[in-house]
Design a protein around this ligand. Structure first.
Ligand code: NAP
Length: 295
């Protein structure tokens, strides 16, 4: 199903102050850095190795090492906006709070956090950080994207290329898959909007597609039959753990994946919290990245 919803935060403001991008080497963060740079907004990227691709400047930063938290503010005294990727802890607040408090004390006035469509304020993992930021009294936005289109090139790529299949617990439930470039654009808009969103909202793609349909579209694009198979919840938890995730995080992800079968993701489309719609479709992503799934 295809749908359109107008974008919300479009009146922008000009600044020479810097936006600090945590996770700036990641999928969303790297696209956000490019968008801000192209629009002449100064950017500083954090990375555990302290390196970022040209033309960006990076500082060493690691959630697991609080001695790195001062680094961004030593490198740049003009940071007033923070794009935040949460540490993957069941309760990330004890880890992230000292850094966020420091950032606010150093002049950060707006924080944009990436959470997930499925996580309400106060829920374990990103929901806890959402709650903390919303209660701080600074300007903020919590982006709640649904499942990423790019998961077909990360989470599922090995089994697609080795076994011509991928597995979920989602049955025939539909998902408004979202591309990371669209999430980056939502973050860009939230960062530069004249009026801060000061709320959380869903960031969804332009169409709802089941995993069976996604397999069919990928098959058409790469010219090879790819199938979607079902997993039990226990099998999916083991699968996520095999990708390096902790038991707790794997169980949480499995729970969020399982509710797709009951239509949980599809039902978000058109609700009051659905304030941002991306443009990238699965087919466009598959066409543009065909080589990834060629044997
Ligand atoms: N995939 C989905 O379907 C989905 C759906 C909803 C929400 N999300 C969430 O959306 C967010 C953005 O996803 P993404 O794909 O852009 O992430 P990503 O590509 O996996 O990037 C993660 C970033 O975090 C940094 N990082 C990792 N460990 C770190 C640590 N200990 N300290 C500091 N930085 C660390 C990495 O930078 P360095 O390696 O350079 O340090 C990297 O830039 C994530 O929180 C993800 O869980 C994902």
């Amino acid at each position: 199903m295809q749908y359109t919803i107008s974008q919300t935060f479009t009146n922008t403001t000009r600044t020479t102050m810097t936006t600090l991008i945590t996770g700036g080497t990641g999928h969303v963060g790297s696209h956000l850095a490019k968008l801000l740079h192209a629009a002449s907004y100064p950017v500083l990227i954090t990375s555990r190795k302290g390196v970022a691709p040209e033309p960006f400047k990076a500082v060493t930063f690691n959630w697991e090492d609080a001695s790195t938290f001062e680094n961004p503010f030593k490198a740049d005294a003009n940071i007033d906006k923070l794009f935040l990727i949460s540490p993957d802890h069941k309760d990330p607040v004890p880890v992230a709070k000292p850094f966020i408090d420091l950032a606010v004390s150093k002049g950060v006035k707006r924080i944009v956090l990436v959470s997930a469509s499925q996580l309400e304020k106060g829920d374990d993992f990103y929901g806890k950080l959402h709650e903390y930021i919303a209660g701080l009294g600074v300007e903020y936005a919590v982006l709640r994207p649904t499942w990423f289109i790019e998961n077909f090139a990360t989470t599922f790529i090995e089994s697609i290329n080795k076994e011509n299949s991928f597995r979920t617990v989602s049955k025939s439930g539909k998902v408004p898959f979202i591309g990371v470039e669209d999430i980056a654009k939502a973050a860009f808009d939230a960062l530069i909007a004249e009026k801060s969103p000061n709320t959380d909202y869903y960031v969804l793609g332009p169409e709802t597609v089941s995993y069976d349909q996604a397999a069919e579209i990928l098959s058409q694009v790469i010219g090879r039959k790819i199938t979607h198979k079902q997993l039990t919840n226990e099998e999916e938890v083991e699968f996520f753990k095999s990708l390096g995730m902790t038991q707790e995080y794997s169980e949480t992800l499995n729970g969020l994946d399982a509710i797709i079968a009951d239509g949980a993701e599809e039902k978000r489309v058109g609700t009051p919290k659905h304030l941002y719609t991306g443009t990238r479709t699965l087919r466009q992503f598959f066409e543009a990245n065909k080589k990834l799934w060629t044997k």
